[in-house]
Ligand binder design. Structure first.
Ligand SMILES: C[S@@+](CC[C@H](N)C(=O)[O-])C[C@H]1O[C@@H](n2cnc3c(N)ncnc32)[C@H](O)[C@@H]1O
Length: 304
């Protein structure tokens, strides 16, 4: 979960607290095992984004799960760092209505959310780009006894027949890592039955204006909300693209969803709970008191 960007900044990822810190956090403890990267703002297409982000999540998965796994819960559905759960929010529908629903999680990681859905009776499946994240999913399947059948794949080419699912969702999953977002949204629409629900959480689009700094420094807007130029990290040693993140404004999301035949039914902007002192990348109580970190959107596919 990363947001914001500076142009051409040297950085080594990781803040020693194990967060998904992307750049320029003063006082970084350089414990991240990966080589330094330089951050750019430049174009990056789908193939480049997929290649970089799949490898990035493979490298990062062990640390991600070690750092955030307990907070996520092996059988737990959090929509974002604020800690809002699906049980509280009911974004996918009333809990009692989830039993028997066919659900696909795109960007499922270690499958925590879908495992929770299975625990309340849904028939959930996972899809993720990262082999290592899926290995963690298997590990937790075995330790909990609740298996999430999962497939390796990408959000822009879902390997399922049209109309297969009642619900498709992403909890900070694939969407901000994808360049061809219109294809990803069209794929969600295709695999949903008519009237099915697509729901997802993303870094709140307004966060793009700020660097990924959870302190008060990170409250200063330093880049344009309307600049969709991707955030790209390049490995200093090899010159390879190491990570790509894409930004869309709230207006872009409305247009994308409406254009794919969806009707938006909810937009949630969870508040930061005063008793939550967790630091997660650019998310913190300091920033969360003043500005939203997460947006959750639910939209229903045309019933026809
Ligand atoms: C922040 S994790 C979210 C996973 C889980 N919901 C969680 O909170 O841990 C993002 C996941 O999206 C996956 N991902 C990135 N790009 C993807 C793509 N193009 N298609 C499918 N999954 C992708 C990553 O491998 C990663 O597991």
């Amino acid at each position: 979960m990363a947001a914001g960007a500076d142009t051409d900044n040297k950085t080594t990822r990781g803040d020693g607290a194990g967060s998904n810190q992307r750049h320029l956090y003063p006082g970084l403890v350089q414990e991240w095992p990966h080589p330094p990267v330089t951050a750019h703002r430049r174009d990056a297409g789908e193939a480049e984004s997929r290649r970089a982000n799949g490898a990035d999540w493979d490298r990062y998965a062990d640390e991600y799960q070690a750092t955030h796994g307990e907070y996520l819960g092996d059988v737990g559905f959090l929509w974002g760092p604020e800690g809002l759960t699906e049980a509280e929010a009911g974004v996918l529908g009333a809990r009692e209505d989830l039993a028997g629903k066919r659900v696909l999680e795109v960007g499922s990681g270690a499958g925590q959310c879908t495992r929770w859905l299975r625990s309340v009776g849904a028939i959930g499946f996972g899809l993720d780009l990262s082999h290592r994240q899926l290995q963690h999913s298997r590990r937790i399947d075995e330790s909990t006894g609740i298996a999430v059948p999962s497939v390796r794949g990408t959000a822009t080419a879902l390997p399922f027949a049209a109309g297969t699912f009642d619900v498709v969702f992403c909890a900070f999953g694939a969407l901000q890592f994808v360049a061809e977002i219109d294809r990803a949204v069209a794929e969600a629409a295709r695999v949903l039955r008519p009237g099915g629900r697509f729901a997802f959480s993303i870094t709140h689009p307004t966060r793009w204006m700020f660097t990924d700094d959870p302190t008060e420094e990170g409250l200063v807007a330093s880049q344009s909300y309307w600049d969709r130029t991707p955030y790209v990290e390049v490995d200093d040693a090899t010159g390879a693209t190491a990570y790509v993140e894409h930004h869309r404004t709230l207006g872009d999301w409305v247009d994308l969803l409406a254009g794919a035949g969806f009707r938006i039914v909810r937009l949630l902007e969870p508040e930061w709970p005063e008793d939550n002192d967790r630091l997660w990348g650019g998310w913190s109580r300091v920033r969360g008191r003043l500005t939203p970190g997460t947006a959750i959107i639910a939209a229903d596919r045309d019933a026809r």
